[in-house]
Design a protein around this ligand. Structure first.
Ligand code: BES
Ligand code: ZN
Length: 457
């Protein structure tokens, strides 16, 4: 009902006209159409969120303690801006492993146990409980443990041997747990048959294994735990007295893959969305605003699909647009173009992004909008019939993401403040137009039809 399609020129003209409506009184809340809002973006605050998520909390694997901790941090922040905040839980079975290095303390290892799809975790994994197993790591090469492996954690480089055979050997010599390292950890993991998982074990990438070996004398606490719940954080600002107001939904996933602290993917999009939420908190608008920090994206868009699945039809009908921020801050040398990914070609989000680009006087080649691509949470919104787009930096020549995508070196020092600011400015200014437009629609006579030439395109 609110899904009206307008040309970019129309959007630009209407936006410029709407600028005239901005309240000139200095301390009044700015109306949503106030273009100066982008100047209030606080990058220190934004990077502060990113540091908490990446450097204080670390990898935020679906359903893990760390993912929950991140959700609680995001919820607290959004609540402090004045939003009504809900932590929406949903079921998600996941085996999560963690290695805390006890000594030397500066060594960081991100393991990758994960969950074997459609298989009850208990059949595959010996769990350690919350306290984990603390022991020295002993190098067992490609399959021959020394006598010191008794009571220790056996470290194997996985060459040709079957993972199950390595675990059996470790158990024979009295090791208490094992670490398997190699390039293809997913294959190692899935090659462990249920009867073979005789010890708690984790798989790590080859660099992490080499680092453990080279450091020598490393002592770790190894955890393999089972969790069954992930969560979304939904912050809402309703329009007082208008339960049928149009809605704009911002989304960003705050979980990360195993083995990666997820700075670019996607503490960047989460932190950017949180700052946009702060900026909108006191803005006058007759559009309902929602900020959805979703969990469990990396295991198949589970959080966003759950969120959308819980919306009644009449609420889905109120949603005019979804702005999804995922990987908006990479410092990758070649990732210089902001892609606005949609699944339905040009839509209101892509169009408003182009207008924002022009208003910000960014060069035309700085953005590709629209580009046909899924693989993030905008898919869940699109599938429900909501115009949706994902904002992401890519290489304009090859379309590649940064080389550390889903790697342990997706760290906060590989984030560019400038790229973050640019992407956030585009999303903020673009969303402002959609919000101004959606508000403007409501003043029209109910049932009045749109000019058909505007609807075509
Ligand atoms: N942020 C990434 C990658 C991404 C987003 C790629 C948008 C392209 C467009 C996202 O978190 C991711 O890794 N997605 C997965 C798919 C998902 C359904 C598990 C991927 O691309 O492999
Ligand atoms: Zn990802």
């Amino acid at each position: 009902m609110y899904r009206r399609h307008r040309t970019p020129l129309f959007l630009l003209i209407s936006f410029l006209l709407l600028l005239g409506c901005a309240d000139p009184v200095a301390d009044a809340a700015p109306v949503a159409c106030e273009p100066g809002l982008v100047e209030s973006i606080d990058m220190d605050r934004t990077m502060g969120h990113l540091h908490v998520l990446v450097d204080e909390i670390g990898p935020r694997v679906a359903s893990s303690h760390a993912e929950r901790e991140a959700a609680e941090y995001i919820a607290r922040e959004l609540e402090s801006y004045g939003y009504e905040v809900e932590i929406q839980e949903f079921p998600r079975d996941q085996v999560v492993s963690r290695i805390e290095v006890v000594d030397p303390a500066d060594l960081r290892i991100y393991p990758a146990t994960g969950r074997i799809e459609d298989t009850p975790a208990a059949e595959y994994f010996q769990l350690t409980g919350e306290e984990g197993i603390t022991a020295d790591v002993v190098d067992c090469g490609e399959g021959a443990c020394p006598a010191e492996a008794e009571g220790a954690i056996a470290l194997f480089a996985q060459g040709e041997s079957d993972a199950g055979d390595l675990l059996a050997h470790a158990a024979d010599v009295g090791a208490v747990a094992a670490i398997l390292h190699g390039n293809d950890w997913r294959r190692h993991l899935t090659s462990v048959e249920p009867d073979d998982a005789v010890l708690p074990f984790v798989t790590v990438n080859v660099e992490a294994g080499d680092a453990l070996r080279e450091a020598g004398g490393v002592r770790v606490t190894l955890h393999v735990e089972f969790f069954d719940t992930s969560q979304n954080v939904i912050a809402t600002r309703r329009v007082e007295g208008d339960p049928d107001a149009p809605v704009v939904v911002f989304s960003a996933h705050y979980d990360s893959v195993e083995q990666a602290p997820g700075a670019s993917d996607n503490a960047s999009g989460t932190s950017g969305m949180m700052e946009i939420a702060r900026l909108y908190a006191n803005v006058e608008t007759d559009v309902e605003l929602r900020f959805a920090a979703v969990g469990a994206e990396e295991v198949g868009l589970v959080g966003s699909r759950y969120y959308v699945s819980q919306l009644p039809d009449h609420e889905i009908d109120r949603i005019v647009a979804n702005f999804n921020t995922d990987m908006i801050g990479t410092a990758g040398e070649l990732q210089t173009q902001l892609f606005v990914n949609t699944l339905d070609g040009d839509n209101v989000v892509a169009r408003s992004a182009r207008v924002a680009r022009d208003l910000l006087e960014l060069p035309e080649e700085s953005m590709r909008a629209p580009f046909q691509r899924g693989a993030s949470d905008h898919v869940a919104f699109h599938d429900a019939g909501i115009p949706a787009a994902n904002f992401i930096w890519r290489d304009p020549e090859t379309i590649d993401l940064e080389p550390w995508y889903h790697q342990p070196h997706d760290t906060s020092d590989r984030i560019s403040r400038d790229r973050m600011r640019t992407a956030m400015s585009v999303v903020l200014l673009a969303s402002q137009q959609v919000i101004c437009e959606a508000g403007a629609f409501r003043d029209e006579v109910p049932g009045a039809t749109t000019d058909p030439t505007e609807e075509m395109e």
